[in-house]
Write a protein that binds this ligand. Structure first.
Ligand code: ZN
Length: 233
């Protein structure tokens, strides 16, 4: 999954008490933490190979995306968050833990079976929705749209700020559309060609820059939105 990962980033940050436990820009980094690890491993030449099985691309992602190591990354993400935002307490740890691990759960839906149980395990998970690129596109953008609408509902801010959010949604949609449908790149079946897209260091850097820019963009939108306070029961 790519842009659909960002949907959970807006949840659990608004408590109806005017408190932001996990800022959405932090959520944007947390939900992609596993792919950020992947990008570093690609740059180091440890991950990033693509195996073709039955004409379908399967990624080699034993350390960044196995079920076991994902739980470890979630714990590390939660600990980093508590370090940087000490007031967030145990609740902050668990929210970030959940955000980081949501990456594995959402990848499970779209990946072909290439998410191992542990590094090197022959048991690999994946429900293969990427085999239907347009369904995958609708699913990911639908998740993201629902999340953004929810976030707008539970926060307040000037109307002009929504233009920025709508623009960001369109940019994310364009990136997703390219990722899903461009011939030769990434997740296409049949005409996938590892040489067609960026590889190695270029791929790792491209991912890090993309994730950094998206987190910066949502931080820019977020600074003009404050959580709505709901009446206490
Ligand atoms: Zn991933």
């Amino acid at each position: 999954m790519f842009m659909g990962h960002y949907a959970p980033a807006v949840f659990d940050t608004q408590r109806g008490k005017g408190v932001v436990l996990v800022p959405v820009w932090v959520g944007f980094l947390a939900v992609q933490f596993m792919d950020i690890i992947f990008a570093f491993l690609v740059i180091c030449g440890i991950e990033g190979d693509t195996r073709m099985i039955g004409g379908e691309p399967h990624f080699t992602i034993p350390y960044s995306h196995s079920l076991l190591t994902s739980l470890g990354w979630a714990a590390i993400g939660g600990l980093i968050f508590r370090r940087v935002f000490p007031k967030s307490g145990a609740k902050g740890f668990w929210v970030v833990f959940g955000l980081v691990f949501s990456h594995w759960v959402l990848d499970l839906i779209v990946h072909r079976p290439d998410l191992p149980l542990w590094p090197g395990s022959s048991i690999e998970f994946g429900l293969s929705v990427w085999n239907w690129p347009y369904l995958a596109f609708a699913l990911e953008m639908g998740l993201l749209l629902a999340a953004f609408l929810y976030w707008v509902r539970v926060t307040t801010g000037p109307r002009s700020g929504l233009i920025g959010l709508a623009g960001l949604f369109l940019i994310m949609g364009a990136l997703q559309f390219t990722f899903i449908t461009a011939p030769g790149v990434q997740v296409q079946t049949g005409n996938f060609d590892p040489a067609a897209g960026p590889q190695g260091v270029a791929l790792g850097l491209l991912m890090l820059v993309t994730y950094g820019l998206l987190a910066t963009a949502i931080a820019w939108v977020e600074r003009r939105r404050t959580p709505k306070v709901s009446p206490q029961i």
